[in-house]
Design a protein around this ligand. Structure first.
Ligand code: CMC
Length: 391
């Protein structure tokens, strides 16, 4: 029917050209602007990777310093935003708060709404990169009834985030460098992943000319689902539900049962039919953090290790190429750092913000058309209206 290609789930449709990220899912390759993710994770840091994604090249020393300085200048949020938080229930999911508050930035920063002006677009990018950790930490502080922490601009990006999450105004924050490093790596490994559901959402929203804050809020909403960014939270919930190593087989059997909708959270990927290179780096980081904190014997983490082993050996998972994905390991690290489960997806959103902005910026700076997918209509043929009395 019709003259369009029908491709539910966009498994074989490219929606745009892009120079930002390359993935070869069969080979397990992920490159940002040509650089392998493994090399970036080892030698770079989150803000430098942000620069790379946004501008296309690694910065030299002066460029890096200037970029970090500019982003750092924007870490505070408008004081009026505090009132916005106070309108939410204390038990709101932090992702619900993120959707609202980030969208509301367009009501506060009128000088970065002009998408036709390059300077305005740049300032919007700096603001979003800088303010996401502040808003994320505020959504957590609000939920536990503690005062909001102002950012400390003497700290690194990741350190500052942990300071705003776990610090209190009456004490000096003491952030462990190991945890700050792990946090930075989590942000870096989530920075971009080409046309995933949330990035495609940001592009689609942006293609109508919507302002960048509104577009990123749309991305946050798309990220929330358990098949996408919500998976890291779902992994931990699943580990808690399993609860004991003796029950693992039961859950694995359910995952394999076609009549049971249950899936092992944190396994499988639409694009990677091989080990996700980010998951490899994350696995190593997880091992380091657990050893550093002496948590190798944590019962949930033991269940996780056993599940990982089963998935890598069990014929069902091997044949379907369902490898542990990045969310599987990031969930474990975040749990070890002491981040509450409800914040996991928020942290994914903080890291992914640069990817959303880089794609939005690439689209807006080039030639683009409004995104307007077609459909395969499967409803009624034309028919005549029936009056209420005759129905
Ligand atoms: N547990 C058990 N079986 C699975 C799983 C799983 N986690 N994932 C896929 N399968 C099976 C699925 O039942 C199907 O079997 P069959 O061919 O016999 O019908 C086959 O594997 C292919 O699955 P699919 O649903 O066609 O694959 P997809 O590309 O549409 O979905 C996915 C990819 C990631 C949504 C899916 O693997 C999944 O639901 N995984 C669990 C959730 C998760 O960890 N998501 C995070 C993804 S990575 C980070 C991100 O993108 O945000």
């Amino acid at each position: 029917k019709g003259m369009f290609t029908y491709d539910p789930g966009f498994v074989s449709t490219a929606s745009c050209e892009s120079q930002i990220t390359y993935i070869d899912g069969g080979k397990g390759v992920l490159l940002h602007r040509g650089y392998p993710i493994e090399q970036l994770a080892e030698h770079s840091d989150y803000l430098e990777t942000c620069y790379l994604l946004l501008y296309g090249e690694l910065p030299n020393k002066e460029q890096k310093e200037a970029f970090v300085d500019t982003v750092t200048n924007h870490t505070m949020v408008h004081e009026q935003l505090v009132h916005f938080f106070n309108g939410f229930r204390r038990d709101s999911h932090p992702m619900a708060i993120m959707c609202g508050v980030v969208g509301a930035l367009s009501a506060f920063y009128h000088d970065s709404l002009d998408i036709s002006d390059e300077h305005s677009r740049q300032v919007a990018a700096f603001r979003l990169i800088a303010k996401m950790p502040t808003i994320a930490a505020m959504s957590y502080k609000f939920s536990i009834g503690q005062p909001f922490m102002y950012p400390d601009n003497n700290m690194s990006y990741a350190e500052n985030f942990l300071h705003m999450m776990f610090g209190v105004p009456c004490e000096k924050s003491n952030i462990s460098p190991v945890l700050a490093n792990a946090m930075d790596k989590i942000f870096l490994l989530h920075a971009d992943h080409e046309q995933n559901a949330s990035t495609s959402t940001v592009r689609l929203a942006g293609s109508s000319g919507a302002n960048p804050f509104a577009c990123i809020a749309a991305g946050i909403a798309a990220l929330w689902g358990p098949s996408h960014g919500g998976a890291n939270e779902a992994v931990l919930n699943m580990l808690e539900e399993i609860g004991d190593e003796s029950r693992i087989d039961e859950f694995v059997a359910r995952a394999k049962d076609k009549s049971d909708p249950f899936r092992l959270m944190g396994f499988g990927h639409r694009v990677y039919k091989n080990f996700d290179p980010r998951a490899k780096v994350m696995k190593q980081a997880a091992d380091e953090v657990l050893a550093e904190l002496g948590l190798e014997d944590d019962p949930l983490l033991k269940i996780a290790k056993r599940l990982e082993q089963i998935a890598l050996e069990d014929p069902y998972f091997v044949e379907k190429k369902l490898y542990p994905n990045v969310d599987f390991y990031s969930g474990i690290i975040l749990k070890a750092i002491g981040i509450p489960t409800s914040m996991f997806t928020v942290i994914f959103a903080v890291g992914r913000t640069i990817g959303w902005i880089a794609h939005w910026h690439e689209m807006i700076s080039g030639s683009y058309r409004i995104g307007r997918p077609r459909q395969l209509y499967t409803g009624h043929d034309k028919r005549d209206f029936v009056s209420l009395d005759d129905r």
